[in-house]
Design a protein around this ligand. Structure first.
Ligand code: PLP
Length: 399
């Protein structure tokens, strides 16, 4: 069958919630993806920040295959060896005390919100609580996650969602301060906003929010679903600031490709919020996905992933700065490590399509921002290859 035939076949049955690019992928290796016609693409999206170790890593694949032959699923009424291993490694890696495994990022946010609300309920036994979230934030598409997502267009048709949520301006501490009252139970934010346009938290802001939370016994929830797992140059991006969340979320890269996420809490939250019966998941943390977490964390260490992010991320920064300087239509270059963005004065859709034609996978963040989320194993040579295709794409679209 041809590409168009597969697309037609899929579109006959799929609910139309995505405008997909007209590519049918077949397989992948390293930092390259291949479509069914054999065309090769350099990947600077990694499945939206998921395939951090690159594709087709033998040690990872072998571990998953071996686990499939042992046991894939048990439910959470029992323990498994991969669950025990992954829980210990992930809490240590994240500098948190306890973990609950979910199947996605949005579910990790749901759990984080429930933990925060239960903590507040235990404290005052009322149901009258508020959450402060940030404008331009993105936390996922389920109802709870959507309630704290700072994009009205995503929320509008589905309101009312959960408890009262107020939106502050990211990187504006005064705007957060102005929303705090005695009902405020949690402040939720991304350490570096991804979907909303690649905005890193300033040191003053995130550390200031951390202090406000401590002073007012408000729980700080940091969403590290996109910016965590080494992407910004530390295990989790918040490790680079003088702040410690009470609750944090992780997903995307944490399983290196299988659907898994988690929310992690400090002992203080663990002792005063969710108890047996309050929360659960049939699949959450099953042996297959925990094997993946375990292997990803092993490979982070043995492959010195964070060192590579710091080295190649700095090189990418330099090269994108040059691009930014060379084109008038690029307004700003932002980001950290292997999570960077170029903001244009116009939509970037044409640039992405042109790059795809030329075998480079890029993605947007909002309409005007070109987002770079490569696998964390990229080399400076891969950056050079990307830049060369990007320049051609820019010259043929916006120059
Ligand atoms: C992707 C993302 C989510 C949602 O994760 P899903 O696995 O798609 O549910 C939440 N928060 C952030 C910051 C994300 O980037």
């Amino acid at each position: 069958m041809t590409t168009n035939e597969y697309i037609d076949q899929a579109e006959e049955s799929l609910l139309h919630t995505y405008n997909r690019y007209p590519i049918v992928f077949d397989h992948a290796d390293g930092v390259y993806l291949y479509d069914i016609e054999g065309k090769k693409y350099l990947d600077f999206v990694s499945g939206i920040g998921v395939f951090v170790l690159g594709y087709n890593v033998k040690e990872y694949n072998d571990a998953l295959k071996a686990q499939i032959d042992k046991i894939i699923h048990t439910s959470n009424y029992y323990y498994s060896v991969p669950l025990a291993n992954a829980a210990g490694k992930l809490t240590k890696f994240a500098h948190m005390d306890r973990v609950f495994c979910t199947n996605s990022g949005a579910e990790a946010i749901e759990g984080a919100i429930k933990a925060a609300i239960k903590y507040a309920y235990n404290k005052d036994k009322t149901h009258d609580h508020e959450i402060i979230a940030m404008d331009h934030s993105f936390h996922g598409r389920t109802c709870g996650a959507l309630a704290v997502t700072g994009k009205q267009a995503y929320r509008e048709a589905f309101e009312p969602l959960i408890c009262e949520v107020k939106f502050a301006d990211y990187n504006d501490l005064e705007s957060v301060k102005a929303l705090i009252n005695k009902k405020t139970c949690a402040i939720i934010m991304e350490t570096l906003q991804g979907e909303g346009g690649i905005y890193p938290a300033t040191k003053e802001f995130i550390e200031g929010v951390g202090r406000l939370c401590k002073e007012n016994d408000i729980l700080l929830i940091l969403d590290e679903i996109q910016c965590g797992m080494g992407r910004c140059g530390a295990n989790y991006a918040w490790h680079m600031y003088d702040v410690h969340p009470d609750i944090m979320t992780t997903a995307k890269a944490v399983g290196g490709g299988v659907p898994v996420g988690a929310f992690l809490v400090t002992e203080k939250v663990a002792k005063n919020s969710l108890v047996a019966g309050d929360h659960g998941s049939t699949y959450g943390g099953n042996p297959l996905v925990c094997t993946a977490i375990d292997k990803v964390l092993d490979l982070f260490e043995s492959e010195h992933i964070i060192d590579n992010v710091n080295k190649v991320g700095a090189y990418l920064y330099e090269k994108l700065d040059e691009i930014c300087a060379g084109y008038d239509c690029i307004k700003e270059h932002r980001g950290m490590g292997c999570m960077q963005g170029l903001e244009f004065d116009r939509p970037v859709a044409d640039i992405i399509n042109k790059a795809l034609d030329k075998g480079l996978i890029l993605i947007n963040a909002g309409t005007n921002i070109l987002r770079f989320l490569p696998p964390l194993v990229i080399s400076t040579k891969d950056v050079d290859d990307m830049i060369s295709i990007l320049k051609q794409a820019l010259d043929e679209t916006v120059a």
